[in-house]
Design a protein. Structure first.
Length: 301
């Protein structure tokens, strides 16, 4: 099966399982290559792959729980469980990166010379290829299914690929006669890892504290509201995310003389257009007479 067909037919669970299996394989390969190839950078990269296995497990649990249907105790669904999983993944990645930095710095400070062998270069090249494929595969599925934890895991794959590039350069340079480049590469690896972890955790944190959707989506929502027949104005537009789901509520103004039934039809048009065109999961529309809404026009900003 080609990579393209995998991307088209895969699911978030499948992508996570595929990544987990690949991470186990790569962790074993990197540990062996680091030990027998005498490479500090490769051992550091192996630690990164081991942290990937932990993040895969967290993402899997988060996906299982977040896919549960709405119930009486969770009227907005279980989406924040997945966001919490993404936050945990980010923290795990950052801690792993700090550990890599510590060991690389201590080795460099103490002046430990290493003599990495060709096996480390082979392992790094294999890791780069596999991890980049996993990134492309996972990010496409995560975006298609709007799964924050899967997208976070995809970037985890990308950070691992980048760290393996640093290992490749470090080991190659060390073999070419540049001392300590192997340890320096391990430190560079840690920077990639910590940065990826912080970005993953920050995106998850924004969702957990009900940050509004980005301005592009908000502007599209406003365009649809204002272009809907019968809408005379709007205010108090609020948006937030619950995991992969997007929730929107607003007040719209309609002509004062309209009946409740006619005003309700306008609200339904706004609701259906937003859910159909923008894939919004839940829309609440409060109806107000135009004369009342004018008093709140300043709330648009």
């Amino acid at each position: 099966m080609s990579l393209i067909s995998l991307q088209d037919s895969g699911t978030s669970i499948q992508a996570t399982w595929t990544g987990a299996i690949a991470n186990v394989f790569l962790a074993v390969i990197k540990i062996l290559a680091g030990v027998f190839g005498n490479s500090a950078a490769m051992i550091a990269d192996a630690v990164h792959s081991i942290s990937d296995i932990g993040s895969d497990a967290v993402v899997m649990v988060g996906l299982r729980i977040s896919d549960k249907p709405i119930d009486e105790s969770h009227p907005y669904g279980h989406g924040k469980v997945e966001t919490s999983a993404a936050l945990f993944v980010g923290a795990l990645v950052s801690v792993a990166g700090l550990g890599i930095f510590y060991h690389g710095f201590v080795s460099l400070y103490q002046g430990r010379l290493t003599d990495p062998g060709p096996i480390a270069i082979v392992a790094a090249a294999i890791s780069i290829a596999i991890k980049e494929i996993l990134y492309q595969y996972t990010i496409r599925i995560g975006r298609r299914e709007k799964k924050p934890s899967v997208i976070a895991n995809a970037w985890h794959h990308r950070s691992d690929a980048l760290s393996s590039v640093a290992v490749l350069i470090g080991v190659g340079g060390n073999m070419a006669g540049v001392p300590y480049l192997d340890q320096i590469a391990a430190i560079v690896v840690s920077v990639f890892v910590v940065r990826a972890g912080i970005l993953i955790a920050w995106e998850a944190y924004k969702d957990l504290v009900d940050t509004a959707v980005d301005y592009r989506l908000r502007n599209r929502i406003i365009q649809i509201i204002e272009s809907t027949d019968g809408v005379q104005g709007w205010h108090r537009l609020r948006t937030r995310k619950v995991g992969a789901a997007v929730f929107v509520d607003m007040h719209i103004a309609v002509a004062d003389e309209l009946s409740i039934r006619e005003a309700h039809k306008i609200a339904d048009r706004v609701d259906h257009t937003l859910t159909d065109k923008l894939d919004i999961d839940d829309v609440i529309v409060h109806i107000e007479p135009q004369s009342v809404c004018r008093e709140s026009e300043h709330d648009k900003s």
